[in-house]
Design a protein around this ligand. Sequence first.
Ligand SMILES: Cc1cc2nc3c(=O)[nH]c(=O)nc-3n(C[C@H](O)[C@H](O)[C@H](O)COP(=O)(O)O)c2cc1C
Length: 357
Amino acid sequence: MHINPYLFILPCTPGQIVWNYKDHTQHELDLNYSTRLAQLINNPNLFDINNIIDTELLDAQILTTSKIDCPAWGWDELSKIYHIGTQNIPCEHTPQNIQEWSRQYLEHCTEVLATSPAAPVRADHSPRDLIALPALAALNNDSFRNALMQRKTCRSFTGAAISLQDVGTLLYLTLGYLRERDSACDPSIAEGLSARRSSPSGGGLNACNGFLLVQHVDGLAPGVYAYHPAEHALSFVDQLPSEPLGNLLAGQHFINNLPLGLFITARLDRLWWKYQHSRAYRMAFVEAGHLSQTFQLVATALGMNTWLTGAFADDQVEALLKTSGSAEQPLFFVGCGASDGQAMCQEMRDLLQVAQP
Ligand SMILES: Cc1cc2nc3c(=O)[nH]c(=O)nc-3n(C[C@H](O)[C@H](O)[C@H](O)COP(=O)(O)O)c2cc1C
């Protein structure tokens, strides 16, 4: 008999909460059960099939008949609990089509809006005398300002193909190691850490990677591709899943015809190497955020609209990217294409009875 390695035990007088952070299940144990569990943790071979507590602990998968292997983890247990505990969040029902998504999302928003939001400004921080700021200065580059002004999240795409040149531009300016910065490389930078992107990177590690999801690009077969930033090239990873994209992205079926998407992943083992403290986990998120915004601004500057999400089932995405069981974690998804510019899909607009613009 074995103890499930994904358990986290919280004191909660008079008992203990045993949380299986991988399966997202919780059990409340009284003193008898907690005492018996402590004995079994000390020696799992004490398991007794005739002891009702033992069989209940087994049924609850607190005990397991076969040994469960944990993947290597380079930071502390707390960050591991956070990492695994926030993966593959169970969803009661993933919407199977755009109508279902629209109804479910509207219901959720209606419930949320019926409660009061936190105040935009903290009560203990309300402004007394506001200092008005001057109007915008002219930027050296108007197109940068325009991209910032025009970027918006759209949820209605036409499905029109994107050119391969636009895909290359997007990838180079978002994730590529910029050859233009090679000559300006500071001699104080350690060997192997001199690659630079348009976005900053924690420790210069470039711990984030990109996997392209190609649905409709001229000159590139549909599929999943890995981007190689040093070579500015793609390699084929796998075919697209047979089911619609929305199934992979938490039932958000309004993006089923998105021509191009990018999964931003983080190589946690690259962060472990330089940063021993699990606080560096936060840096992976921050880096992914920079890359996501850059992707959106470049896509906007190329005349496209953009969409983004962090809502997906990690194990499905990892299987698709062929990163399962590795220290590479998908963090975020950004996509782009031609759109009618609507923030919401027509199905939701119909439910809300929003007039055509
Ligand atoms: C971290 C993050 C997660 C988001 N997740 C989703 C999502 O799952 N689905 C979605 O349709 N939009 C998502 N959005 C988009 C926001 O809804 C959108 O940015 C927000 O409504 C503001 O609109 P704007 O992007 O047009 O300025 C996300 C945005 C961020 C920054």
